[in-house]
Design a binder for this molecule. Sequence first.
Ligand code: ASP
Length: 345
Amino acid sequence: MKSKILLIYTGGTIGMKQDPDSMALIPFNFTQILDEVPELKKIVHKIDIFSFDPPIDSSEVEVHIWVDIANLIKERYDRYDGFVVLHGTDTMSYSASALSFMFENLSKPVVFTGSQLPIGMLRTDGKENLISSIEIAAAKDSQGRAIVPEVCVYFESQLYRGNRTTKYNAENFRAFRSANYPCLAEAGIHIKYNTPFINYPELNQGEELRVNSVMDTNVAIFKIHPGISEAVTESFLKTKNLRAVILETYGSGNAPTKSWFINLLRDAIERGIIILNVSQCLAGSVDMEAYSTGILLKKIGVISGFDSTTEAAVSKLFFLLGQYNDVQLIKEYLQKNLRGEISIN
Ligand code: ASP
């Protein structure tokens, strides 16, 4: 079955070329991608290209870029069967997580991909990533419905739910990991879809795609470590306009129990700041009932982030703070699985 795909180039290594004089990587005009990847001509699907001008290194990504990507997709939603977003790897997990929360009633694939080596280089990982992402974005079942109607990340033969990913390797072609959720597909000789783990929009079928573009970024990540000082903790929690903190804890959600630390957290919570507990470990879940160090956090009103990645927690908070003012309501939504980002029902 032939599909129509929109390829959105935002920037990143995949669309760069080595400048012969300086040897530095610089973006090339992505609308001329066919010169770099003539293999694309063999793809049966119709592909249109939209390139950000100028393309950006993903370290420069801000909320307005997410809004631009989301609106671009929304405006062209009816014209395409799927979307492939080419994006730098550095913040791809943040962007894929954010888009998963921004979209309401998504029923078509939005596949983020990129590469570790530019697409024009001989040993590039970009060609396979690009071609398989297009195949996945184009894939439909016998009734013409998208096989993966989610915001995903495809990298090095694996398709992941976007809001479950983390970039964990700056060098290896397998740059991403989804430690707490299985792959949605694996590309070998065939692309094998792991359908029991894919979210299908059964209930809201037919409802129009909506973009929640209001996000509040008054969120900060506080990573605890042995020797953390009272002065640093205090000034962090007194940051102007702070509405929520992701407390990156040890193991299954544990933190020091010294009284100054607990008192500072309690004081922040009483001032209406949301403290969300996310583990520093890549795999496993926060369980604030396992150790007395976790129980104490729960008692003072710290909220469990369960098995969320930090990237998903940041963008979920941006999204919820952007939509609601009621702290109690936001805390309730934080405990809910909104887009498959945490393993609870
Ligand atoms: N710095 C680049 C970026 O994130 C790295 C990459 O694309 O892999 O845009």
